[in-house]
Each structure stands twice: as structure tokens, then as C-alpha cells.
Ligand binder design. Structure first.
Ligand code: ZN
Length: 419
């Protein structure tokens, strides 16, 4: 796929994937279009060599794989979740002439960029159906229905020097004037507008606020792509297009897990047994299973901090990735990243054969370092891994910035890597 089509598809995927549930649904849809067959964890698997399959867990994590006779898999690991403001179960607050909805921050989000945005709400809803069964469905309101206004500078003359944001009191989105609002009937009405007309009672929901501003090219020469959730839908998209581009006799797998931003400890997170169970069902003979884990390589793809031109001192000078200068290999002596010399060499070899540049990221020795699903997955399964990522400004902001060349470059390297 050429870069223009690739980036067009990326922008559409970002806009359509407002939550991990929507990202998973969109990935499943694209996989079906590419000939992948859906499996269910609770069903019996009769895998056929030459087939292509996918399976989801919690509707928010997804694994897809080819199933050739070879066992030396290239596995691309990513995550579907991004930091956001999540609705509390009893969110409605009526005070000071307005209705506000109480939220709980999910993950390590930058709070300041959430002010003065046109926010909407999306996620998963579980309800009692008129036929007596419990059903789940996705919802994306799309229309801007909420805003968190800044406090005017006239009311806080230290706003630019000392203002902090209190997570409990300062970031509650406002949805309307007056007090005529009830959350369950609001959700029910929205579902009805979407054609879901069998709702007897809303039981539970997992809804998140998101910025309605669409993903966009930015810059004099369209050098940048600005969007919400680039971390890590950018890598999800690269993984998805990669697996749709390889032939069914190439051993290839993608794993997109939920809950990375909160530590990966859940049934659908990378610390859970989702991937392990899938691999054991693919390779039920223990010898084959161990052989696969020791001949396969995990490419853990998650965004990397590009050197911010206004804050250069935050980076190690020799390991400062630039936007549009290529995929970043992440290295950490303390194993916060899983890259090792063998996996780095193989990745560099693939990059050089397709003539794509690479860069290194090592965090400053006097600063902390994020982590990824790379070390978690390789520790759990014994699969060698490399941590890579695409250079990004403003990670965990409501609007992040990446380069318009780098994602396509990673895609080309991955296709070279899995040959
Ligand atoms: Zn990430």
C-alpha cells in the first residue's frame, strides 16, 4: 500500500475508533474484509493450515494470525486503550444551574488539554433486552455534548504560572443548563436513535469522553498528523495493515491488548492469558509450542517520545528521536524495554533492506522511563522481543502529534522483517 492510501486509511481509523471497543470492532471488520475468519474463545477450534483467523476478548482486545506450517512467527504487539476521562457509574451532578457528569481519569493523561474541547461520549453498554436476555452493544454519540471550560484568567491571575488541576473537582464535563437530565434514559434514547430498540433497562456501561476534532494533517508541508489516541492506535493500524498485506503462508500474528495504560493487569491486558491461550490452541503439542516461542519474535510497537524542540533538555542528546526520521528502537538497561542485540540486529537488517532509517531512544539516566507490553509479553511467554515506536509529540495529550512518514516506514520494515 502506498503512503497516501496508508495515511488516508489511518485518519479514518483514528476517527472511527473512539474507544478500545470501537478500535477492536473496526479491526475485526477490516480483518474480515481481508479474509480472516472469526474464532470464539468459548468454542472449539478446528484450525486448518493456510487459514487466517482472529479472536477477541472483552470486545476490547484482539488477536489475529495466519496459520501456515512454519512456526517462526512475527508477532506485532500493540494496545487499544488510551488515557481518557471515564464516566462514573452514578455520574449526574446537578448544581450551579447546570448538569455535570462525574468522571474518573483513566491512565496517565495530561489534564490541561481537556479544557475547552468539544467532547463526546462513547463506549460499551450492557442492557436487559425486551426478550429477557442481557445484551451488550457499542455506542458513539459523535455529537459534541460536553465541555470543560477553563477558569478565566481574570479569576485566577496565577493561571499561567501556578495553576494545577484537581482530578476530582476541576475536570467535570458540563452537558447542559437546567436540571432536566437522567443518564439511563439519555443512553436509552441515544441507542434508540442508533436502531437499538429492544432496551428494557440499562444495566451497566463503560463510557469515555473524547475530543470530537477529527484527525488531520498539520504543517506547511503536511509533515505532521494530529489526532487523539495516536498512542497507540497508530501502531494498531500499522499492525492491521501489515497482517492484511502478508500471504497466508507467512507466519504472522498481531496482538492488540486493552489496559496497557493502567498496567496491563486484566483478562484483556497483556499480563492476562489471552495470548498464551491462543498460542497453546494453535500449538497443542508442547514441543511445537516451545519451538514456536523460541523461534518467533515479538515486535512491541508503541509510540516513542520525539524530541520536543522547545524542551530539548528532556532528552538524552545522543538518543533523541526526530519526527519523520524513522522508526525508533527503544533500549533500556533495566529491561523496561525488551529489545536485545539479536532482535535489534534483525530489525535493523530488515530496515536497511527496504532502505528505511531507524533511530534510538534511551531515556535520560536521571529520569524515569515508561514501559510497554514488550517486557510483559516476553517475560510471560519466553518470546524474544524488540520495543519500537513512532516518534510522537505530546504523548497522552488529548491531541497528539506524529509524523506523516513514520508509520508507513514501520509498515515497510515489518513486511521486510517477516519474510
Ligand atoms: Zn502506548
Amino acid at each position: 500500500m502506498d503512503k497516501i492510501d496508508f495515511n488516508d486509511g489511518l485518519l479514518g481509523f483514528l476517527d472511527a475508533s473512539s474507544t478500545p471497543f470501537h478500535a477492536t470492532q473496526n479491526m475485526a471488520m477490516m480483518l474480515e474484509n481481508c479474509g480472516f475468519e472469526r474464532l470464539y474463545e468459548e468454542g472449539r477450534w478446528e484450525l486448518v493450515h493456510g487459514g487466517k483467523y482472529y479472536v477477541t476478548r472483552n470486545d476490547s482486545s484482539i488477536i489475529a494470525f495466519t496459520y501456515p506450517k512454519r512456526r517462526d512467527f512475527t508477532i506485532v504487539g500493540t494496545h487499544t486503550d488510551s488515557p481518557n476521562l471515564k464516566l462514573k457509574p452514578n455520574p449526574v451532578i446537578k448544581e450551579h444551574g447546570v448538569v455535570k457528569l462525574g468522571v474518573e481519569p483513566y491512565g496517565g493523561l495530561l489534564l490541561n488539554p481537556w479544557f475547552d474541547r468539544d467532547l463526546s461520549l462513547a463506549g460499551q453498554v450492557s442492557y436487559l433486552s425486551t426478550d429477557g436476555s442481557i445484551k451488550t452493544t457499542l455506542i458513539d454519540i459523535k455529537k459534541p455534548i460536553a465541555v470543560i471550560p477553563s477558569l478565566a484568567i481574570h479569576l485566577d491571575d496565577k493561571a499561567n504560572s501556578e495553576r494545577t488541576v484537581n482530578k476530582q473537582t476541576d475536570i467535570t464535563p458540563i452537558v447542559m443548563c437546567g436540571d432536566d437530565f437522567e443518564i439511563k434514559s439519555f443512553i436509552k434514547d441515544e441507542l434508540e436513535r442508533d436502531g437499538v430498540d429492544d432496551v428494557e433497562e440499562i444495566y451497566a456501561s463503560e463510557l469515555s469522553f473524547y475530543d470530537t476534532q477529527s484527525a488531520s494533517f498539520v504543517g506547511l508541508n503536511d509533515d505532521f498528523i494530529a489526532s487523539a489516541r495516536l498512542d497507540n492506535l497508530l501502531s494498531c493500524y500499522v499492525a492491521l495493515i501489515s497482517i492484511c498485506s502478508v500471504s497466508s503462508d507467512t507466519p504472522f500474528m498481531i496482538v492488540a491488548s486493552d489496559h496497557e495504560e493502567v498496567g496491563s493487569d486484566s483478562t484483556s491486558g497483556a499480563s492476562g492469558n489471552f495470548l498464551e491461550n491462543v498460542l497453546k490452541r494453535m500449538f497443542s503439542d508442547y514441543e511445537d509450542y516451545v519451538n514456536m516461542t523460541r523461534t518467533s519474535i515479538l515486535i512491541s510497537a508503541d509510540n516513542a517520545h520525539a524530541l520536543h524542540p522547545n524542551y530539548p533538555s528532556k532528552h538524552d542528546k545522543e538518543h533523541s528521536p526526530y519526527i519523520n526520521k524513522g522508526v525508533v528502537i527503544k533500549v533500556n538497561a533495566n529491561q523496561r524495554y525488551a529489545s536485545n542485540v539479536k532482535t535489534i540486529s534483525k530489525f535493523m537488517d530488515a530496515a536497511s533492506k527496504v532502505d528505511e532509517p531507524i533511530q534510538y531512544f534511551v531515556t535520560r539516566s536521571d529520569m524515569g522511563c515508561g514501559s510497554t507490553i514488550g517486557p510483559i509479553t516476553s517475560t510471560r511467554l519466553g518470546i524474544d522481543a524488540i520495543d519500537v515506536g513512532l516518534p510522537t509529540y505530546g504523548m497522552h495529550s488529548i491531541r497528539e502529534i506524529c509524523g506523516s512518514d513514520d508509520a508507513h516506514s514501520l509498515y515497510k520494515i515489518i513486511l521486510g522483517f517477516c519474510r
